[in-house]
Design a protein around this ligand. Structure first.
Ligand SMILES: [Fe+2]
Ligand SMILES: [Fe+2]
Length: 221
C-alpha cells in the first residue's frame, strides 16, 4: 500500500504530490485544512475509503518517481520553484481569465444574472487578492526566509490570506455548480470554466506547498 489512511490528508499531499489530484476531485481540503487522518476525513465527508485508496494507487502507482518531493529540496530551490511554477504563470493567466470572464458575463449574463455577476465579482476579488499577495511574498516574505528569518507577522497574515482565497475559490465553485458546463455553452464559456477550475487546482497545490512545506520549515529553522 503506497498511502497510509491513518496519515493526515495534508501530509499525504506533501509525501505524494500527485495525490492532490484525487483530493481535488473529491473536494478534500489539503491546503488550508487537511490535518485529520484520511480515513476519518472519508467518514466525515461520506466518501468510500476503499474507492479513494484505489484512485490514489492508480494515480501514484505509475508515476511515483516522476513527481519531485519538494519537502526534500533546499529552501532557495523550493522558493524558486514556487515563483517559476506558480507565481509567474498566475501573472499571465489572471489577465487572460479576466478578459474571458468579462466576455462570458457580457454575452451570457442575461441567462442567469445572479450567477454570472457573482462569478465575475468573485473572480475579480480573487485576482486583486492574488496580485498583491504574490508581491508581498516575493518582496517581503521570501527574502526574509532566504535571510534565515521566519517572517514573523507577515507569515501569519499571508496564511490568513490563503484561507480567504480558499473561501473565494469555494464560492466560485458553488456559483458555477462545480464547473459543469451546460450543453448550450459556447467555447469561451467552456474555456473559462475550464480555466477557473485549473486555477483552483493550481492555487490549492501552491498554497499547500507554502503552508505545509515552506512555512513549517522556516518556523523550525
Ligand atoms: Fe505564493
Ligand atoms: Fe501564498
Amino acid at each position: 500500500m503506497i498511502v497510509d489512511p491513518a496519515m493526515p490528508v495534508a501530509d499525504i499531499a506533501t509525501r505524494h504530490p500527485l495525490a492532490t489530484r484525487v483530493f481535488s476531485r473529491h473536494g478534500l481540503d489539503f491546503c488550508c485544512g487537511g490535518h485529520e487522518p484520511l480515513a476519518e476525513t472519508c467518514v466525515e465527508k461520506d466518501l468510500d475509503l476503499d474507492q479513494l485508496m484505489a484512485e490514489l494507487e492508480a494515480e501514484l502507482g505509475a508515476s511515483e518517481d516522476s513527481e519531485r518531493r519538494w519537502d526534500q529540496a533546499s529552501t532557495p530551490e523550493l522558493i524558486a520553484h514556487i515563483i517559476s511554477f506558480y507565481h509567474e504563470p498566475l501573472r499571465e493567466e489572471l489577465p487572460r481569465l479576466e478578459l474571458m470572464a468579462k466576455k462570458v458575463q457580457r454575452v451570457h449574463g442575461d441567462k442567469d444574472p445572479a450567477m454570472f455577476d457573482g462569478m465575475l465579482a468573485t473572480f475579480l476579488a480573487i485576482q486583486a487578492d492574488i496580485s498583491q499577495h504574490l508581491d508581498v511574498e516575493e518582496q517581503t516574505l521570501f527574502p526574509a526566509f532566504l535571510a534565515g528569518s521566519n517572517g514573523g507577522e507577515t507569515m501569519q497574515s499571508i496564511e490568513a490570506e490563503h484561507v480567504e482565497l480558499g473561501v473565494l475559490l469555494r464560492d466560485l465553485r458553488t456559483l458555477t455548480k462545480d464547473y459543469v458546463v451546460p450543453e448550450e455553452a459556447c467555447n469561451t464559456w467552456r474555456g473559462q470554466w475550464f480555466g477557473l477550475e485549473e486555477l483552483e487546482g493550481a492555487m490549492h497545490r501552491h498554497i499547500h506547498l507554502e503552508n505545509h512545506v515552506l512555512h513549517p520549515r522556516m518556523l523550525k529553522a
